[in-house]
Write a protein that binds this ligand. Structure first.
Ligand code: ADP
Length: 553
């Protein structure tokens, strides 16, 4: 923390499609909230501008008030629009609510409106609000393709109106989502789409030479922002070396940098986490066993013995969007593998038979586990015979936006969820995710690519040892216990290949380490809990960047 720099205070406005916990789909939501809070803690003024989604979690918004009624242009009309201000986790949030059908529906993405057009509208409506209210922040921080058109609108339209002071930072959280847009669609927000159909502006690099009609809002955002950040140093290198944006990024290399994401250390803190049945920290992690027991009971998993010896049952947790990027075939394989390890005769199993009374009285069972887990219904008390052995358990918490993937995992859930070792929970639950990280012995992140990845960082803070594939931000945060050249950094199990054998190699090492070296395991657990992956560590890099761009006024 550089206190001197922070005496020079900035006004930062984020324009974003997601914000935790009120409109979170993945890491983008966490990053906006965590970075905003870290900057506020350092004395800066921060506002987050967010679409007022119909599905927004209003119970987390305090002091919501209507602050302006104005009109913002879209497709030949001036759309009457409301701006509300509220407070979310101590952050000032401005909610943009158009009077048309945009942002209506039961989820953040995938509503019945045209998403691209809605975000084009939102990008302009943010600037229009600043214009009508005379708000001139030092920095407008945009994220992903959804607000990629904002820099174009700013430099080519609003600078000619009254906005002069702000400078624009774009953070790319995931290069795969490029915001494909036709010239005609871009024109709907009031720009002349044809102006941007050149290689040095926004034409989609994948179609150069044969389809100048197709633009990319992400590329346009890169070209028109004052600075472009991606979310880890390794992903920065990967994106400069390959991928469809590599040539654009190389052309803009001088303003392109990698800043590792952090986690919000207050939101993700096992010592104070309200969702946990018992709290714990690196000095006293008995509470972690309580959390594990609680999750095992609640989900109807076999309960382990009290021994710290070879009958300990490692619990692997995987909390993720179920999309190809996340290594679906490896997640599936891990389920089979952990189950195989459970029933493998080669593991000299010590079998215990226990009566497991599923705890249905606790409110968390009612709230989350009912919905998630078929065997637990209503207020039934289920008596089950569960077999415990020296194998493992695994819980997957994930939502699949693609119907085919959803069906595949439903089939797996049908196959496994009646047993005592595996639970596949196809849902989104912030609360359950906290409990699972706290209960986990290992957190699995087998991504094909991973710009930064928060699950491994959260897992570590909650005493779950990461088992990850070496890519992007995972390579910047997890260092193999057996292989690394810097033992002081060693904090997990890492594999490189995308095949099952590579995953087995890491998972098997983690399992045997857990069972055979409990003392070393406990030392590693303490060590990973103390690793500082918080925004307190990295927000300063953003502030330094903001300061280099700032125009003194
Ligand atoms: P991405 O942004 O690609 O989804 P990250 O690892 O950066 O991946 O961030 C994912 C975030 O979303 C983490 O906070 C993770 O705990 C959370 N998450 C993902 N899926 C779920 C789910 N089904 N329920 C609750 N939280 C989830």
């Amino acid at each position: 923390v550089n206190a001197e720099k922070d005496s020079d205070l900035l006004h930062i406005v984020h324009a974003t499609a997601e914000m935790a916990p009120i409109a979170k789909v993945g890491g983008l939501g966490d990053v906006v909230t965590g970075l905003a809070r870290a900057c506020i803690t350092r004395g800066h003024k921060v506002d987050v501008m967010l679409p007022f989604y119909e599905c927004i979690q209003r119970q987390h918004i305090n002091n919501l008030v209507l602050i302006s009624t104005y009109a913002s242009y879209f497709n030949g009309d001036w759309i009457p629009t409301n701006a509300y201000r509220g407070e979310v986790s101590g952050i000032s949030v401005i909610f943009i609510e158009p009077s048309n059908h945009f942002f209506k529906g039961q989820s953040v993405y995938g509503g019945s409106y045209n998403e691209l057009e809605a975000y084009l509208f939102f990008s302009r409506a943010c600037l229009e609000w600043m214009q009508v209210t005379g708000t001139q922040p030092d920095i407008i921080h945009v994220h992903e393709w959804q607000t990629g058109a904002l820099p174009l609108l700013y430099w080519d339209m609003y600078q000619d109106l009254s906005l002069k002071k702000p400078r624009i930072v774009l953070t790319i959280h995931n290069m795969e989502h490029y915001g494909e847009c036709s010239q005609e669609q871009l024109s709907k927000c009031g720009l002349d789409g044809s102006v941007y159909a050149t290689e040095d502006k926004a034409v989609d690099d994948r179609t150069i030479g044969h389809n100048p009609e197709r633009l990319s809002l992400l590329k346009g955002g890169i070209v028109y922002s004052n600075a472009v950040v991606t979310v880890s140093p390794t992903y920065l290198k990967e994106t400069l070396c390959s991928g469809w944006l590599a040539s654009t990024l190389l052309r803009n290399r001088d303003k392109y940098s990698g800043i590792l994401n952090g986690i919000d250390s207050a939101m993700w803190n096992p010592a104070t986490d309200v969702f946990l049945p018992a709290k714990f920290d690196a000095e006293n992690f008995q509470g972690k066993n309580v959390c594990k027991h609680f999750v095992q009971r609640g989900l109807g998993l076999a309960l382990e013995g009290t021994s710290s010896g070879s009958d300990r049952v490692p619990l692997v947790v995987c909390v993720t969007r179920l999309v190809a990027q996340k290594g679906l075939h490896l997640i599936t394989h891990a389920i089979h593998r952990v189950d195989e390890l459970v029933s493998s005769p080669s593991l000299s199993l010590s079998l215990h038979v226990r009566w497991l009374v599923v705890m249905v009285s606790h409110h968390l069972n009612k709230l989350y586990l009912d919905a998630a887990c078929n065997p637990i219904r209503g207020t039934d008390v289920l008596i089950d015979v569960s077999i415990i052995n020296a194998g493992g358990q695994m819980v997957v918490l994930g939502r699949a936006p693609d119907g085919r993937v959803q069906r595949e995992f439903e089939n797996l859930a049908n196959l496994y969820n009646q047993g005592s070792g595996i639970r596949i929970l196809l849902m989104y639950s912030e609360e359950l995710s906290h409990m699972l990280y706290a209960a986990a012995d290992m957190v699995l992140v087998p991504s094909m690519y991973e710009p930064c990845g928060l699950a491994q960082m959260i897992g570590m803070r909650y005493g779950a040892i990461p088992v990850v594939r070496k890519t992007g931000g995972l390579a910047d945060t997890v260092f193999d216990i057996d292989q690394g050249s810097q033992p002081e950094l060693a904090n997990g199990f890492v594999f490189e290949g995308i095949d099952q054998g590579s995953l087995n190699w890491a998972l098997d090492r983690a399992f045997s380490s857990y069972r055979e070296k409990p003392n070393e395991w406990a030392t590693t657990l303490q060590k990973v809990m103390k690793v500082d992956n918080s925004w307190n560590k990295t927000a300063g890099q953003y502030i330094d960047l903001y300061n280099t761009l700032r125009v003194k006024w």
